[in-house]
Design a protein around this ligand. Structure first.
Ligand SMILES: [Zn+2]
Length: 393
């Protein structure tokens, strides 16, 4: 099989890809750092418009924040279309000590967002550039949608995914691959809930006590809530924090509160799980003097694996093999991404198609340098085959 030259020669462009990644990584774009997000968006806009002078570029508004997304479209009226999704925010805020890149080993680059997911954006840009030089390119329209709030739950970007789903039937999500090279088959849905318990304050020395100890009642609830995963396989419950009472230990505390991180694998578990949480609160609420309230919601629904994902993944593996690369596997991930929101909006997607990354969300975050070009090759070959109608999704 002969490869299009622009795809075959991608590895030779690695130094250029690394320089671009270093430049992007050095722009702090923590989700809460609006000025930095603006600088990052301007850099992306400049680099994408240089690569694709004919592209239509706009910066759609988000709900509830002044940060904006970046959208780049080429051939929007082509019969076949694909969405390429990414985010340009990172977890490292303006005051974070982790601001620059280093080379811990010859083959890796360490730095803020080098894998999650400025490295993914480098792979996306390199793949599109290589793809545009192939004859198949004229047959495919593409849209890049890059958002600034993925790391904080994508609350402002969510409507953009619903909107994109009206124009597309399939999306590629450039989140990093696992350190092993695995893509993401499915992702857990994430929810956060707050349990607030109110009792009655009293002097600790009064016997019998008119007090109602809110800490004890809440602890009782939390111990049972933590056991929910025993009944619901594929569910995770983490008691993240707890507060309440006062500095005075001679007072029966009338207030205690805890935040729970709840994750589900199947959409179908959502309602029964909520019902179970409320059922566990009921016996405490039945006691005189106590009130246990549960607030919160699921933010990202789970991303499941449908037939389109399975077909796209098989084509992805084949592209890797045809490039002489090991065919990647894929795994279930506990973490959410915008792949979850796209899936919920009715847009099947292949997630984790970015470079091989490790130690994400820490000051050891790093990326395998060679995977910038090798993953861009797979993406570009996939796009040429999709454009030519050889992959049907
Ligand atoms: Zn990410």
């Amino acid at each position: 099989m002969s490869l299009p030259p622009s795809i075959a020669t991608l590895p030779a462009r690695t130094p250029e890809l690394v320089s671009l990644l270093e430049a992007w990584s050095h722009i702090n774009s923590g989700s809460g750092h609006l000025a930095g997000l603006e600088r990052m968006r301007a850099a992306l806009r400049r680099d994408f418009s240089r690569a694709f002078p004919a592209a239509l570029i706009d910066e759609p508004e988000l709900t509830g924040t002044s940060a904006r997304a970046l959208r780049v479209r080429l051939r929007p009226s082509a019969a076949r279309q694909i969405l390429l999704n990414g985010h340009y925010d990172t977890v490292y805020e303006a005051a974070d000590a982790f601001q620059t890149t280093t080379r811990p080993t010859d083959g890796t680059l360490r730095g803020p967002g080098v894998a999650d997911m400025k490295g993914g954006l480098v792979v996306m840009l390199a793949a599109l550039r290589a793809f545009e030089q192939t004859p198949a390119a004229t047959q495919l329209g593409w849209e890049v949608l890059v958002t600034p709030d993925e790391e904080t739950g994508s609350h402002g970007s969510a409507p953009l995914f619903i909107d994109a789903a009206t124009r597309h039937r399939f999306a590629l999500v450039f989140e990093p691959a696992r350190p092993s090279g695995d893509l993401v088959r499915s992702r857990m849905g994430t929810g956060s809930f707050t349990a607030t318990c109110r009792g009655r304050a009293a002097h600790a020395a009064q016997v019998p006590s008119p007090g109602r100890n809110a800490i004890l009642a809440l602890a009782e609830f939390l111990l049972t809530a933590a056991k929910i995963p025993d009944e619901f396989p594929g569910v995770l419950v983490n008691i993240g924090n707890i507060r309440g009472g006062s500095a005075a230990t001679n007072v029966v505390p009338d207030f205690a509160q805890s935040e729970l991180d709840v994750r589900i694998t199947r959409v179908a578990d959502r309602e029964p799980l909520l019902a179970r949480l409320h059922a566990l609160a009921a016996p405490i609420n039945a006691r005189e003097g106590f009130r246990l309230e549960l607030t919160g919601s699921f933010n990202r629904p789970p991303k499941e694996c449908g037939p389109e994902e399975a077909a796209a993944f098989a084509a992805w593996q084949q592209a890797a093999r045809d490039l002489g690369q090991p065919a990647p596997n894929w795994v279930h991930s506990g973490g959410g991404s915008d792949g979850n929101l796209l899936f919920a909006a009715g847009l099947p997607n292949l997630d984790g198609v970015g470079p091989l990354g490790d130690a994400l969300h820490s000051d050891r975050e790093n990326v395998v340098i060679a995977s910038l070009a090798s993953r861009a090759q797979i993406a570009a070959l996939f796009l040429t085959r999709y454009a030519a109608g050889e992959i049907v999704l």
